[in-house]
Design a protein around this ligand. Structure first.
Ligand SMILES: [Zn+2]
Length: 77
């Protein structure tokens, strides 16, 4: 299991990126769960946002951290 810290970016302009946001309660939990071997963690608060995924499986996706609200970018490689 490897933890990868995601890159923090500023809010992307409308229509320029795929953004996954969480509209429910705030907190420290994963918004994507899989059965792989890697975790992606928030670059600010270290919350595990993508749990048990495989590196390369997710690419070019911006995820808003459900805990701190920052924009995390997954390049995919
Ligand atoms: Zn965070």
């Amino acid at each position: 299991m490897t933890n990868y810290s995601m890159d923090i970016i500023s809010k992307p302009e409308e229509g320029t990126a795929s953004i996954l946001s969480w509209s429910g309660e705030k907190g420290t939990f994963a918004v994507i769960k899989g059965e792989g071997n890697d975790n992606y963690i928030c670059g600010v608060c270290n919350n595990v946002i993508c749990q048990n995924v495989n590196r390369g499986q997710i690419s070019n996706l911006v995820i808003i951290c459900p805990n701190c609200g920052n924009y995390n970018f997954i390049k995919g490689t």
